[in-house]
Write a protein that binds this ligand. Sequence first.
Ligand SMILES: Nc1ncnc2c1ncn2[C@@H]1O[C@H](COP(=O)(O)OP(=O)(O)OP(=O)(O)O)[C@@H](O)[C@H]1O
Length: 601
Amino acid sequence: MNTASAPEATGAESLRTSETLKALYGYVRPHRWAVVLGLLLALAGAAGGLLQPLATKALVDRLSSGGTIGTILLAMTVLVLLSMVAEAFGAYVLERTAESVVLAARRSLIGRLLRLRLAEVDRMQPGDLMSRVTSDTTLLRAVSTQAVVSAATGAVTLVAAVVVMAFLDAVLLGVTLGVVAVVGVGAVLVMPKIGQAAERAQAAVGEMSTGLERVFGAFRTVKASGAEERETARVEAAARRAWRHGVRSAKWEAVLGSADNLAVELAFLAVLAVGGARVASGDMPVSTLIAFLLYLFYLMEPVYQLVEAASHYQEGAAAIARIAQVDGLATEPQDRHRSVQPAVTKAVRPRPASVRFEEVSFRYGPRLPDIHQRVDFEVPGGGMTAFVGPSGAGKSTVFALVERFYEATGGRVLVDGKDVTKWPLSELRSVIGYVEQDAPVLAGTLRENLVFAAPGATDDEIREVLARTRLDALVERLPHGLDTPVGHRGTKLSGGERQRVAIARALLRRPRLLLLDEATSQLDAVNELALRDAIAETARETTVLVVAHRLSTVTDADRIVVMDAGTVRAVGTHEELVAEDELYAQLAATQLLTSAGRPRD
Ligand SMILES: Nc1ncnc2c1ncn2[C@@H]1O[C@H](COP(=O)(O)OP(=O)(O)OP(=O)(O)O)[C@@H](O)[C@H]1O
């Protein structure tokens, strides 16, 4: 198991250039023909531009010899129009491809994020993970297509222009290349600075999302604690960091961007001086100098394209590294036959599942303490088993191991006598109904929440479960009944209602094993009684494991497992344990089990 060690990770390791290029190729590969088409169209456009100076030279020569220029002018107009059309269509093809690359990267990231192991999610920040899907993928747009095509067209047209210039005048070409080389060395030195700034800016965007996610995850607490200003300052600080690094990147890009102008301007002056002297001395016709100078300005475009490709590459490399980091996170094994839905109809009574822990040891990370030490117990199919013990004893962790959210570091967890690691994961989870301690409710309607774990549930089944969990009265009160939106995290429901929705959701799945992590907050007496009845009824046809925080729950249980500091201390009925186990007797005497930690001796 790839368990987490670092408490959190937000930064991304830079990749080697070869790794970045390999990843880039991976993104471009499925769209290579579209990129090639875009490239051909860009080259066609560039070729039109390349022929312009030659046409100009022919025009000047024709004028000097007193000939007519109508045909040449017409040819030049057609050339301009054709190259414009080619460039526009090429640009569209590339933009479309770029969007497809972004979509593919987002789809792969989204699919991966939802399959991440819990240990990985524990150490990452959800906000930062989200920014990788939303913001970093956007940077792929430029690097995956424009940069590739700019680099290719830039290089091809540069070489073509240089060949034609060599053909026109080798001395002037030497002067030009000398100047361009000097400026080019400076530009190469600047490039890594853009990459570095872009990477830091993207990391800061990730921190910003993390800060916002933190605030909205506990919005009422933030307000009640009067922490709005502090939290605003925190998110703003990340926004300012993103700005600072963004500006730094822009500064170096501006330096790089002006370098190509500078190179061409300097080369222009040098060529004008040397070429002017050669024309004056009669070594070169003036039309050659004009054509050469036009090529020199034509050179601006490919040089600009190469510089642009380099900038995009630097930015894109930063994003690719951050995306690659998610690709490196451990995911849960994917079953060959996915989405096993419980699809248990009322006619088929689900067979209760048995659970066994065999000498199970577990810790949440290699450098974290043991949470379970040789935990050993057996629960036969059916009935209710309660887990009690002081806070932090490892009770909820039992459920996490049964659901295989984490894997035991020693021993075996068996469901129906079969090691959970041998179960196809989706099949294992399809057998289980799970109610978390904080009873999460998702944004959406009440109906969506209820059928979340059993999308095929019928209206009759929903009605029956609503009655069992005493939610029917609530549904009648709601303006749109089951189709009323419940708000972000179910904020429009009361705590007790959220708890009952979570239980109803698990019951609708008609599980063979119900894991109920009882909330420490009290339900009102009427609803508590109703829920006890509902769970007792469920326990007649399903195995129910409940982490119990209320004495009333344990007195109903067929068996009670007392846990303390990661070990099973005793197993028995309420009466047996009150008589035989000192810790249990103390816990039972406090009525409210475990919520305040282990009672003092
Ligand atoms: N994801 C996690 N990463 C690291 N440590 C964790 C994680 N989840 C729980 N722990 C630690 O494991 C220990 C056992 O937690 P667990 O939730 O199983 O306790 P519990 O007995 O259910 O407690 P409570 O009655 O308070 O709910 C605790 O000390 C907790 O801090």
